[in-house]
Ligand binder design. Structure first.
Ligand code: T4K
Length: 397
């Protein structure tokens, strides 16, 4: 078998695309039974029984008092930000999915971009203080790749400057930090249950907190501010989770251990398969903590590798391995932030350097260990034939 057929003008290595975010499925029969029950009940949304059950399961799993399930994590972030009364400026890492920044900007709060820690890829506490101004009201840390932020350092700075802290935990459901489950840090944390996440609701999100008042506000805001029939006591939006999404979430949660096991198996297979490849390093997960192994993140250091990240991603995509460049080029280089803050990059040296080196490889239940070995073989073949690869890439349409 030729590891990299694209070089020889042959068929793609994978007939069907291998995706980074192929949804994991729970037990299909159980899901279909739940769908039938929803139809029988004719209760489709607005705090239905499955949403309530999903919230309880999350509360127990995470060990928090409140879970407010929502239609997606972006709306959950927006609602949490508003319920916490963040305004003015809020410090966020530039290295995150654009939703973190947009959730602020959407409410006319300025995201102020901080740099990342090159090891953990999360908000670097050392980059925070110089960004604090009289308009700063909070900090949003992001547990990128399910690897938790340095919550202790962030919260110390926040309390010194009387700032509120919340976390975008979109990647970190099922993960722990210093023995405590993610979800219990800061004023609140937000999970994503989007189709591409390891536990999914098709679309879904949740804000979790131990603060009774905050939870109450978020519940009101998620349902237009209604506190009963014909009684609105708060400005609100429609952030509700539907029953069908909760059914998927519950079904998905029931397979959580198996999903984590297949993610972990693939992670180990990548670790083995990429070992010793110059310039390629797999970002490791701390096995002493709970991890969901949802993202396979590889740094391509062009000073040691024969191909750079963009070239390697292009080869992989030519072979139908749809590797992604998350979170390139960083929020600060996307609109509207690029126009608002054209010099932001000057304070973001780690983000600038590392966003250009990272790629995320396919994993999840839809990817087998054999698929992983094949992906690693493509990477090895491409790296050892870099001159031919570059010539072949130039001929691509
Ligand atoms: N905060 C952070 C740190 C986040 O990473 C995210 C979302 C959020 C907040 C906001 O959460 P939500 O509001 O979405 O709940 C994808 C996801 O759409 C997004 O949820 C996720 N982060 C981000 C990291 O990845 P895109 O723009 O890359 O999606 P897309 O359409 O390119 O899909 C990714 C891959 O998955 C493709 O190869 C296709 C495949 N796929 C996708 C879907 C939806 C499937 O095979 N089946 C599917 O059903 O953002």
């Amino acid at each position: 078998m030729i590891a990299c057929p694209f070089l020889h003008g042959g068929e793609k290595a994978f007939k069907e695309p291998l995706h980074v975010g192929r949804p994991n499925l729970g037990d299909r029969e159980v899901m279909l039974r739940r769908v039938n029950e929803i139809f029988d009940r004719r209760w489709f949304t607005n705090d239905g029984p499955l949403v309530k059950e999903f919230e309880k399961r999350i509360q127990n799993l995470v060990g928090v008092k409140h879970c407010v399930a929502m239609c997606n994590a972006t709306i959950a972030l927006e609602i949490a930000i508003r319920a916490l009364d963040l305004h003015g400026e809020v410090i966020v890492p530039a290295y995150t999915f654009i939703a973190t920044a947009h959730a602020l900007q959407w409410q006319e709060i300025s995201p102020v971009f901080a740099d990342m820690d090159p090891e953990t890829h999360t908000l670097a506490p050392t980059s925070i203080e110089r960004l604090i101004t009289p308009r700063t009201t909070g900090i949003i840390g992001v547990h990128v790749w399910g690897r938790p932020c340095d919550t202790e350092a962030i919260e110390l700075i926040a309390s010194k400057h009387k700032l509120k802290v919340m976390y975008d935990a979109a990647h970190a459901f099922g993960c722990s930090h210093r023995g405590r489950m993610v979800g219990a840090f800061g004023a609140c944390e937000v999970f994503s249950f989007h189709a591409t996440k390891f536990i999914n609701c098709f679309e879904g999100g949740a804000a979790v907190t131990n603060d009774d008042d905050l939870a109450g506000k978020m519940r009101l805001m998620r349902n237009f501010g209604f506190a009963g029939y014909d009684k609105v006591i708060y400005p609100g939006t429609n952030g509700k989770m539907t029953e069908i999404c909760a059914a998927m979430g519950l079904t998905s949660l029931e397979s959580m251990e198996q999903i984590v096991a297949s993610n972990r198996r693939n992670y180990e297979a990548y670790r083995e398969g990429l070992k010793g490849q110059p310039g390629i390093s797999l970002k490791e997960y701390d096995a002493s903590e709970r991890r969901n192994y949802q993202y396979i993140v590889v740094e391509v250091d062009e000073t040691n590798a024969t191909l750079n990240r963009d070239e390697l991603v292009a080869v992989l995509q030519a072979e139908n391995v749809l590797a992604r460049k998350y979170f390139w080029p960083g929020c600060h280089r996307m609109e509207p932030y690029k126009s608002y803050f054209p010099n932001a990059h000057l304070l973001l040296p780690n983000t600038e350097k590392l966003a250009a080196r990272m790629m995320v490889l396919p994993t999840g239940q839809a990817v087998s260990a054999e698929n992983v070995r094949k992906v690693c073989a493509i990477i090895h073949a491409a790296m050892t034939q870099s001159v031919a690869v570059r010539a072949a890439l130039r001929k691509l349409p």
